[in-house]
Design a protein around this ligand. Structure first.
Ligand code: CS2
Length: 557
């Protein structure tokens, strides 16, 4: 019998949260997958290696490899540690752009401090698809090195070569090598950025989908895993059988309660194979929850050409990010952990207040600006936040809709956090496109925005700002902006007929599963107001309606 390991501590079980919390998991991981797919298609053709080459800008660039590091131009920093001495202590499953800009950057800093040589990363590609196969070719050709360009709010940039991924394994090509690395006593943490689909979690039942075809195949042949959980369970079995202590499983996906979800998946998978193994895991393995934050845009070909020219380095998979980063980790490691607090991570007892503040403020504000911005024909997050009406919408939303109902994590001032978010969105160089943010609203809005909308409505507060953005989302699903330009909305979880439904706001709000737990009826104030705005936007244009919303919306709850 399958156990349900998703029971949440009572303090988090607030009234409407269950479905939303499950929905939370969906949002960014899928977006990350999409971004990575776009970003990691190498922006440069595969060419034979050469040490120097002339880039698109006519500048000479140096190929990125261990043996060229000493020749890199001065503006590109390289790590100060002896990389030969670094050994993998973390196996990371799925090496996407976010991982490379975030966790791998933290570890790179840590390795520069003496005594941490055992905390290198072995990156693992799990998927047998074209993108992963390209990484399989590119990473080894670059000795698993890559450049990270971080842009600060003042427009300054920092270029550096990240060396913390000391090994890369392509699991479909050699599953045994991955299992051996995971079962090696030197491996003490297995971390994941595998996207929501990778968690194989059924939001309707809150359980791990044992009947999914890939899971069935893995359960039939446990020594030939395919998914993250197949690998984790088989590696843990080998460790238990050989008397090796287990590793910590650390999800770094932007899911709510990512530790709880990972634990459920691993134990459910193990339980279906071997109840004793499931018990051993339950008693010995820990699954810390974490909150991860760093805006990491899609790297398009022109972005890659630009950063390569800035770095003077020819990198076929460069990464770009803002310079802000936050990583809040629950202190729950069963086999030791790197001293991440020494490089700026926060290791705390309870991650939940940080998760909530981030998602309800940063991510929700991203949605608040992206839908009106894209409909108005703007391209980037910066274009949108620089628009006076959209800027005010975002500021008023955080100030009057979110802040009054949010508890600040200890030591955190939410007004300061709000201002910092606006400054981050205003970053002049990151170049984050609205199309990245608007994608998969079906998964994001139920976590980012709808809980705040429902709470404000329940309290009889003013829902105009949020109803307006829900109306913008419905119009976005129609795939045409105010300039009459067609675009393809990225909504992988809205089927075509449901997408058609979004042309009928009342029907959409009362029948689409994404609004399902709000209990909306045609006469609900949320439905009435959203429908009015949706029709007004169609008739008058997004910004005209926004101006009116801002004029009449109240500034108190
Ligand atoms: C964004 C996030 O996808 C989104 O809608 O809000 O990807 C955001 O950039 C990250 O969570 C920042 O850490």
């Amino acid at each position: 019998m399958q156990r349900n390991y998703l029971a949440r501590p009572a303090s988090f079980a607030n009234a409407r949260s269950a479905l939303r919390d499950r929905n939370f998991m969906i949002w960014e991981s899928q977006e990350a997958a999409r971004n990575d797919v776009q970003a990691e298609r190498p922006p440069f053709p595969t060419t034979p290696s050469a040490t120097m080459r002339t880039g698109a800008t006519g500048l000479t660039m140096i190929d990125l490899r261990s043996d060229t590091l000493a020749d890199l131009p001065a503006q590109t920093q390289r790590f100060a540690y002896d990389r030969q001495a670094v050994r993998p202590g973390i196996v990371h499953l799925s090496v996407g752009n976010f991982h490379r800009a975030h966790q791998a950057w933290y570890l790179d800093r840590l390795l520069a401090k003496p005594g941490n040589e055992g905390w290198g990363i072995c990156g693992v590609g799990l998927m047998d698809d074209a993108n992963e196969r390209l990484k399989k070719d590119i990473f080894p050709a670059q000795d698993n090195l890559y450049t990270l360009t971080r842009y600060a709010a003042d427009g300054s940039s920092t270029h550096q070569v990240i060396g913390s991924m000391v090994e890369y394994l392509f699991a479909p090509g050699d599953p045994e090598a991955v299992l051996a690395r995971m079962a090696d006593p030197a491996t003490r943490i297995v971390s994941l950025t595998i996207t929501e689909g990778g968690y194989n979690h059924d939001p309707a039942t809150g359980t791990y989908r044992l009947h999914a075809p890939m899971t069935q195949a893995e359960l039939a042949e446990p020594a030939r895993p395919r998914s993250a959980f197949g690998y984790i369970v088989e590696a843990l079995r080998r460790r238990r059988d050989s008397g090796t202590p287990p590793f910590t499983v650390m999800s770094c996906d932007n899911l709510r309660d990512n530790g709880v979800i990972s634990r459920s998946a691993v134990i459910s998978h193990a339980m279906a194979l071997d109840a004793d193994l499931a018990d051993w895991i339950e008693q010995n393995v820990t699954f810390p929850t974490s909150m991860v934050d760093r805006i990491t845009p899609v790297v398009h070909k022109e972005d890659a050409e630009r950063v390569n020219a800035e770095c003077g380095v020819h990198d076929r998979l460069p990464v770009i990010s803002e310079d802000f980063a936050q990583w809040v980790i629950e202190d729950r490691f069963c086999n030791g952990r790197p001293p991440l607090e020494s490089v700026g991570a926060q290791v705390v007892a309870d991650v939940h207040p940080y998760e909530l503040a981030k998602v309800r403020m940063l991510n929700a504000s991203h949605s608040m600006l992206a839908y009106p911005g894209q409909l108005a024909g703007l391209e980037t997050v910066k274009d949108a936040i620089d628009h006076p009406l959209i800027h005010r919408l975002v500021f008023d939303f955080m100030t009057h809709d979110v802040l009054p109902i949010l508890h600040a994590p200890d030591g955190m001032n939410l007004e300061t956090y709000r201002d910092q978010i606006i400054a981050r969105f205003s970053n002049p160089k990151v170049g984050d496109r609205l199309s990245r943010i608007t994608g998969d609203g079906r998964s994001k809005l139920p976590t980012f925005l709808l809980p705040t909308l429902a709470t404000v409505a329940e309290r009889g507060g003013d829902i105009r700002r949020m109803a307006f953005v829900v109306a913008c989302f419905l119009r976005y699903c129609g795939g045409r902006d105010d300039l009459g330009r067609d675009f393809e909305p990225f909504e992988p979880h809205l089927t075509d007929d449901r997408r058609a439904l979004t042309g009928d706001p009342v029907k959409a709000l009362t029948t689409l599963p994404m609004f399902g737990d709000m209990g909306l009826t045609p006469s609900s104030v949320i439905v009435e107001m959203t429908a009015i705005y949706a029709h007004a936007i169609a008739a008058q244009g997004t910004l005209t309606v926004l101006e009116e919303v801002l004029r009449v919306a109240s500034h108190v709850m």
